[in-house]
Write a new protein. Sequence first.
Length: 187
Amino acid sequence: MSAAQTTATALGVRPTCAALALAPATFYRYRNGPTKALTLARRPPARSLALTERQTVLDLLTSARFCDDAPRQIWATLLDEGQYHCSVSTMYRILHAEQAVRERRDQLRHPTYTKPELLATAANQVWSWDITKLLGPAKWTYFYLYVILDIFSRYVVGWMVAPRESATLARQLIAATCSKQSIAEDH
């Protein structure tokens, strides 16, 4: 940018910015340095709660009387009693600042399981099988395709089409595939 400043003093700001495809405002902003608006810290709003008021609201929200209620319920209860401390959104803001806002319902936390990894270094070490539903010739009729794949070679070692899904049919397919691939039953 210093070369642009040198060129701008010789040729002018607009021709230099046009040659560099730079907006003149960007050139001036860089030349003048950071503005006061960027360097000043943001002042708190004039109508924000004082620290003592925030602490009072926080003590109310975490008191034994209101510990199980939502901020909207607390706000309504206090309003019925003739007390107004702040809005519901301010209550949530105060709780969020204290990191006290969370899902109150007990939800099941699912542990992270490691995905099973099947490793085969040769053919016929690990097989995978699946049953797929195939649409039949008439409405509401289906066939079931049983497929056994060798993970190492991705070769279909056994398959069968059946009119229904059944454990005995799956056993028959596995037994027939084992005998066809010369695999003993004890493996």
